[in-house]
Design a binder for this molecule. Structure first.
Ligand code: HPA
Length: 293
């Protein structure tokens, strides 16, 4: 079926892309990670076994944002198999929710069962500072969109999915345990997803804070919703790139500031990711996935 609106995804395109990736990579890892703005240093720690610029994957939407390399990577982290998505499509690029979640539906089609979503976010809470890493406890969707409308004739997924455990409790505990063992400061908070691409007005920032959000960003929420509909367990990690309540000395938030501040955290981010991948790969969560096929 051809897509009718920006909300629809053509599942036959997802299947084409999956067949393409499977051809050279018949054994698909259980775990995938989406890397946020400026966090590419972690990629240097990955032993790459297959690299596919997004433009080479059939039907794959290509990101147009600086700092998002746009590449699908099969690899290992300290010997543990993982898929890395370096670069993502954002709603503010004008492509619609289907394009923003194509990669997630593709991961689902390939059989990936666990997903780590990472992003840059602005701090709304006084307790968060540029350079902090936070575990996303939950999210608020202020994008006014949901990626839940693909044609579903075979009832492949739940049309009205439950949103009670948006971020997986056990994966969250693993991240906290790794952070404390490795002495990496890891805070916790509610992530609010906005369409962007303008940064928040002062009044909007107050409103978001009042809603209960600790951090705000322009990604992750739609990906999480699609992944949860597909039954994946999701871990969310934000790095705080700027303060929304107290913008930088120049009084302005810029994408350059977001990317530059990633440098404050990239070493700890890479350490946390490696530790989490290692811990997940030997954990009961993975054993359970093997048992359930
Ligand atoms: N607002 C929205 N999205 C963001 C921000 C911000 O301040 N920083 C990084 N992504």
């Amino acid at each position: 079926m051809m897509p009718q609106t920006e909300n629809d995804i053509d599942l036959s395109e997802v299947k084409d892309a999956a067949a393409f990736l499977r051809r050279d990579n018949p054994v698909i890892p259980h775990l995938a990670i989406v890397i946020g703005s400026g966090l590419g240093a972690f990629l240097n720690t990955i032993e790459k076994t297959g690299q596919f610029p997004y433009a080479t994957i059939p039907h794959f939407p290509v990101s147009s944002v600086a700092g998002h390399e746009g590449e699908w990577i099969f690899g290992t982290s300290d010997g543990n198999p993982v898929i890395i998505l370096a670069g993502r499509k954002h709603l503010y690029e004008g492509a619609g929710v289907a394009a923003c979640t194509f990669a997630i539906r593709l991961l689902g089609e390939l059989g990936v069962r666990m997903l780590i979503l990472t992003n840059a976010a602005g701090a709304l809470s006084r307790h968060l500072l540029p350079g902090d890493l936070i575990l996303i406890a939950d999210h608020i969707n202020l994008m006014f969109r949901k990626p839940l409308f693909p044609p579903n004739p075979e009832r492949l997924f739940d049309r009205l999915p439950c949103s009670a455990e948006t971020y997986d409790i056990r994966l969250g505990k693993i991240a906290r345990d790794v952070a404390s063992a490795e002495k990496i400061p890891l805070k916790e908070g509610i992530y609010l997803g906005t369409m962007g691409p303008s940064y928040e007005t002062k009044a909007e920032a107050q409103f978001m804070k009042w809603l209960g959000a600790d951090a705000v960003g322009m990604s992750t929420v739609l990906e999480n919703i699609a992944a949860r509909q597909l039954g994946m367990r999701v871990l969310g990690i934000s790095y705080i790139s700027n303060s929304v309540l107290f913008p930088g000395i120049q009084g302005k938030i810029t994408h350059e500031e977001v990317l530059a501040n990633a440098k404050l955290v990239e070493v700890n981010f890479a350490k946390l990711m490696r530790g989490v991948i290692r811990a997940i790969s030997v954990s009961a969560v993975v054993e359970e996935l093997h048992e359930s096929g």
